[in-house]
Design a protein around this ligand. Structure first.
Ligand code: PMP
Length: 451
C-alpha cells in the first residue's frame, strides 16, 4: 500500500532496501507503515524526498539539527578544519578537544571535565560505568518512559505495556527488546517520574546498592520534570550517596545553552550530551565533577592493556576508549553550531518561534473543537490530544493518539515532516512563513480526517 500517489518512488526504493537491510531501515524507529519516506536533499528548514516533494522538517534528525540542514557556517567550519588539518582525523590528542571541553565547562553548571564518545548512547553508557566505578555499587535506577540509548542496561521500561508495568508508584522492570540478559532486569530499579514520594521510598530501600539515578530531566525532550521534583531528587540522591546523571542528549543546547540543568538550576553529578553537540555528525560527551571524571584518567601510565586487570580479575582503572572519540571534524561542526546559537538573540528567537507555533496550533485545534495541548520547553514540544495533565509516561496513554496519528499522516502528504506521533523540534532557520504554512496544513489535515 502506498502512503500517497506522490510518494511512489519512496515505496519503490524502500522495497529495494528491504531486500538488503532488515525491515528496510537502519534504525527501528525510522520505520512507519506502510513505508517511510526516503529523503534525498535538505536545505534550511526543508527536506526533499526522492519523489521531489518538499517538507518543512520538524523531526530535524531527532533534534540534532538545531541549525537546520546545511547551515553555511557549519559547512564552512567542517571544510576549513579538514583543509587546515590536511586530514579528517589525527588519531591523537589535538587542541580542539580542549577548546570544546572549555566551552562545555563554561556553559554547563554540572561540567568540570569532559570525555568524548561517538553517540548519545555511548555517553550514557560511559556515565553509568563512571558512576559504578566511583561509588563501587552495582545497580542503576532509571525512570519509566525514559530513553537513554538502545543497549541492554537501559533498554528497560522505556515504552512498556502498562499491563506488564505494575503499579504506577512501584513500576516493574520491563525489557524492551529480545536478547536482553536477565542480569540487567535483576540489577535495574525503575522509578516513577515526577513522583518524589515514591521515588524517595524506592531509593531509600535500595540505597546501599544503587550507584546512580539516570534521567532525562525533560522526558522524551518534552515532558518537563516538575521543579520541586528535580530539586527533591537532587537532595535525596546527595543524602543517600547516589550519583545523579542527567541525560541531556536531547535537552542539551535546546532548553537553554546550558541544557535543562541551567534552566532548572539543578546541578547533576554527571551529564551525558550528544545530538546538537555534533552539528549533525555522530558525537557524544560525558561531563561532570572532576573527582568523578578522574576515574577515567589513565593512572601511572596504566590503561587496560598495561594494568593486568584481565589476569588478576580486578581492574585498576576505568576503561574508556574509542577510535573516533573527539573527532576534530565533528568537533568543528559542533563548535560552529554552538557559535550560531550564541549569536545575539538566536536562542530568544528560537524560543519565541517555538512559542508562536505552539500557540498557533492550540488555536487551530480549538477552532476545530479538538481537545489538545502542547507540552514542552525551550525548542521542543509535542501535540497531545487530551486536556488531562501530562506528567509522565503513563499519562500519555490518556491522549487520543489514534486521531493524532491520522492527522500526522495527512500532514506528511501536506508537506509537514515529522514521524507520525513524534515530537516537534525547532531550528533557528524555521521562519514565520514556515509557521504560517504549518498552521494552515494542520487546518487542512483536520478537515481531511473529518471528511
Ligand atoms: N538519550 C536520549 C535522551 C536520547 O534522546 C537519545 C537519542 N534519541 C539517546 C540518549 C541516544 O543517543 P544516540 O542516538 O546518539 O545514540
Amino acid at each position: 500500500m502506498l502512503l500517497s500517489e506522490q510518494m511512489s518512488k519512496s515505496q519503490t526504493y524502500f522495497e529495494k532496501a528491504c531486500k538488503v537491510i532488515p525491515g528496510g531501515v537502519t534504525a527501528g524507529i525510522k520505520f512507519f507503515p506502510p513505508h517511510p519516506i526516503l529523503m534525498e536533499r535538505g536545505q534550511g528548514s526543508k527536506l526533499y524526498d526522492v519523489d521531489g516533494n518538499e517538507y518543512i522538517d520538524y523531526l530535524l534528525c531527532y533534534g540534532a539539527l538545531i541549525a537546520g540542514h546545511g547551515h553555511q557556517q557549519v559547512f564552512e567550519a567542517v571544510v576549513r578544519q579538514m583543509q587546515e588539518a590536511g586530514t579528517t582525523i589525527f588519531g591523537t590528542p589535538h587542541r580542539m578537544e580542549t577548546v570544546m571541553a572549555e566551552k562545555l565547562i563554561d556553559l554547563y553548571p554540572g561540567i568540570e571535565m569532559v570525555r568524548y564518545t561517538n553517540s548519545g548512547l555511548e555517553a550514557t553508557l560511559l556515565s553509568i560505568r563512571m558512576a559504578m566505578a566511583y561509588t563501587g555499587k552495582g545497580k542503576l535506577a532509571k525512570f519509566e518512559g525514559h530513553y537513554h540509548g538502545g543497549y541492554d542496561q537501559v533498554l528497560l521500561s522505556v515504552n512498556p505495556d502498562t499491563d506488564e508495568a505494575g503499579p504506577s508508584d512501584r513500576p516493574h522492570v520491563v525489557p524492551e527488546s529480545k536478547g536482553i540478559p536477565d542480569y540487567y532486569v535483576e540489577n535495574t530499579i525503575i522509578l516513577p517520574f515526577n513522583d518524589l514520594e515514591a521515588t524517595e521510598a524506592i531509593l531509600r530501600t535500595h540505597q546501599s546498592e544503587v550507584a546512580a539515578v539516570i534521567l532525562e530531566p525533560i522526558q522524551g525532550g518534552f515532558i518537563p520534570a516538575e521543579s520541586a521534583f528535580l530539586k527533591g531528587l537532587r537532595a535525596i540522591t546527595e543524602e543517600l550517596g547516589i550519583l545523579l546523571i542527567f541525560d541531556e542528549v536531547k535537552t542539551g543546547f535546546r532548553i537553554s545553552l546550558g541544557g535543562a540543568q541551567q534552566a532548572y538550576g539543578v546541578t547533576p553529578d554527571l551529564t551525558a550530551l550528544g545530538k546538537v553537540l555534533g552539528g549533525g555528525f555522530p558525537v557524544g560527551a560525558v561531563g561532570g565533577k572532576e573527582e568523578i571524571m578522574m576515574v577515567s584518567a589513565p593512572r601511572d601510565g596504566k590503561d587496560i592493556l598495561t594494568a593486568g586487570a584481565a589476569k588478576s580479575g580486578k581492574a585498576e582503572v576505568l576503561f574508556h576508549s574509542g577510535t573516533y572519540n573527539g573527532h576534530p571534524t565533528i568537533l568543528a561542526a559542533g563548535l560552529a553550531t554552538i557559535g550560531i546559537l550564541e549569536e545575539e538573540g538566536a536562542m530568544e528567537q528560537l524560543f519565541a518561534r517555538t512559542q508562536s507555533l505552539r500557540q498557533g496550533l492550540e488555536d487551530v485545534y480549538r477552532q476545530h473543537g479538538i481537545t489538545m495541548q502542547t507540552v514542552g520547553m525551550g525548542s521542543i514540544f509535542n501535540i497531545i490530544l487530551t486536556d488531562q495533565p501530562i506528567r509522565n509516561y503513563r499519562d500519555m496513554n490518556q491522549a487520543d493518539n489514534a486521531l493524532r496519528k491520522k492527522i500526522d499522516y495527512e500532514l506528511l502528504k501536506l508537506g509537514i515532516y515529522t514521524k507520525p506521533l513524534n515530537r516537534y523540534s525547532m531550528a533557528v532557520v524555521h521562519t514565520e512563513a514556515d509557521i504560517a504554512k504549518t498552521l494552515e496544513a494542520h487546518h487542512e489535515a483536520i478537515r481531511r480526517v473529518r471528511r
